[in-house]
Design a protein. Structure first.
Length: 216
């Protein structure tokens, strides 16, 4: 029995078969073996389906949607409502760790408040993180709920903030930190990103984050 957590990789695509094979082969070549990949194909007119079939890997699943070639990079409550059934297919029997923002959580669980949304998400995710913008973030580690306040900063460019938050959070929990510490670290890292132009922090800012959290 594989006790490693299942990693679900979601790849949206539209007429990018030439890149898709490279991306999928990269996943297949990983040393980590407990994964699944869900390709969300927006009814491509190229050979996307042939690429997936040629790899002949049961861990790769194809989900077709029809949205005139448009795949939203930013999930909004409206998109969550419209594609609720497809999102449910991606989630399947559940996920180990789910990232979403508060509006997405409320929309997907048909809730009017954060408390009800948290209870709803417990039925589809073993653990989850809900970002709340300037109000901070909340997480469920499978047993306890943890919340941290937002970090005061002057936002000039939000590009990359979500990726930085998720990356910092994953770094923290895989380094043995608890979810509350991870939330604080991820919030601080994301705040550094939005305070500057571009999705990456400078080496100086990186050193400041490490010093703030006593990371050697």
């Amino acid at each position: 029995m594989n006790n490693s957590p299942l990693i679900s990789i979601v790849i949206p695509t539209y007429n990018h078969a030439h890149f898709l094979r490279i991306a999928l082969q990269s996943v297949i070549d990983q040393r980590y073996t407990n994964w699944e990949t869900i390709v969300i194909d927006n009814h491509s007119s190229d050979n996307t389906e042939h690429i997936i079939a040629s790899l002949d890997n049961p861990k790769i699943k194809l989900l077709k949607i029809h949205n005139n070639g448009v795949i939203g990079a930013v999930i909004t409550p409206f998109v969550v409502q419209v594609f609720a059934q497809n999102i449910a297919k991606v989630i399947g029997s559940g996920v180990d760790l789910l990232f979403c923002n508060q509006d997405e959580a409320l929309s997907y669980t048909n809730s009017n408040n954060l408390e009800d949304a948290i209870e709803g998400l417990k039925s589809i995710a073993k653990t989850f993180v809900i970002t709340q913008g300037e109000n901070g973030a909340t997480a469920f580690d499978g047993v306890h709920i943890a919340s941290v306040p937002g970090v005061t900063t002057e936002a000039v460019d939000t590009n990359g903030a979500g990726d930085m938050f998720a990356g910092a959070f994953l770094y923290a929990i895989t380094s043995g930190q608890n979810y509350e510490w991870a939330l604080g670290f991820a919030n601080a890292a994301a705040a550094r990103v939005v305070s500057q132009f571009g999705p990456r922090v400078t080496s100086i800012e990186y050193d400041r984050i490490k010093a703030q959290f006593n990371i050697s």
